[in-house]
Design a protein around this ligand. Sequence first.
Ligand code: ATP
Ligand code: MG
Length: 418
Amino acid sequence: MIRGIKGVKDILPDEAPRWQVIEGAARRLSSLYGYREIRVPVFEVTDLFARSIGASTDIVEKEMYTFQDRDGSSLTLRPEATAGVVRAYIEHNLGASPTPQKFFYLGPMFRHERPQAGRLRQFHQYGVESFGSTSPQADVEVVSLLWRFLSELGLPGLTLEINSLGDAADRLAYKAVLLDFLKQHEERLCQNCRRRMGTNPLRVLDCKVPSCRTATEGAPKLTDHLAPASLRHFEEVLAGLNALAVPYLLNPRLVRGLDYYTLTTFEVTSQHLGAQNAVGAGGRYDGLVEALGGPKTPAIGFAVGLERVALMLPESALPGRAKMIYVAAFGQQGVPLGTRILHELRARGLQANTDYRSATLKAHLRQADRLGASFVLIAGDDEAQKGLLILRDMTSKEQQEIPISTAAQTLATRLASA
Ligand code: ATP
Ligand code: MG
């Protein structure tokens, strides 16, 4: 037997309704906030990710699915979608439009990680990207949309943490200050962090190793080293969130994995998720469009991990089962009559089903029960000859005869009032 790949999951029909609810909320809210759908490919040239995500990040260092195409070029399954959206934005010159360019996407991402609950090799994200505005109000919009999405789905125990990374100049100045501090505490850092000191010292603050966390407890804070303009931006974002009653915590250690973030950076976690507690995250990336060869364009976005959302989605967020009519057809004339009735019901937009394997009324009624039918229409040879059907109400168990010619109409009325 051939099995699916480790960390790559099937979403079976029993679980699909959860996903439909989540994706439905993503689509509905995106459109409320003026974000239009963009669909970018699941694979791109490797360089796109290497250049945008940053060489010294976990993703690029060890998580990408990269392969050689037949012509020798290097391709990669997308580990996230921002890079592809930015490529498309540049390639199709979307910035030339006079209207705000705001997009959302839904789809699978691929990272070679150790699979565990809430951590997969193929997983799904909902994300938004808002291009063109440096206004802190754009940050407020993106963060509040993320918060609304997660809270409308009724996810428990959420915390929004926020920080500012400053602009490129602030970070450069801060890096020197931070590096001074790290050098004094180098012997307490893990091997990985010692290496990162040379490549990307900010990421040391992001290290999950407990001893590294205590070692860097007293590290200088980036938010204490912001230039006046960066600080004003951050303060306006916070004031905007306060005004919309979006609750947040300041976290000066929040640096996020990706290199292209500037200014606002944020992450939502849940205490109900265990070790993989990050639900969604994002930030400003004012330098990325230009870094990938486009015009200088500020931008901000977020991405949410939908497996983690699905894990936490409460039963109450799921819709009740739709009313369904089961057609129990048997006998020489009953069976073709049943097929015709099914067709008529469906043509009226009513949900109708049967089990073609069942040959007796008893077997049909058992299946109707299992499938949760609200009504059963019985079509045997007797009924066919009399031009009638028997309508059975599965709740009251009452039965009545109805003419074949008006059966679909009768059911439509009964379901509308049920
Ligand atoms: P983590 O710290 O959990 O590895 P990350 O910083 O790598 O997260 P991002 O790149 O910011 O994650 O992606 C945004 C969201 O996508 C995460 O908050 C998480 O919900 C989800 N996510 C990331 N990697 C995975 C994965 N391998 N499996 C399932 N969901 C994931
Ligand atoms: Mg990760």
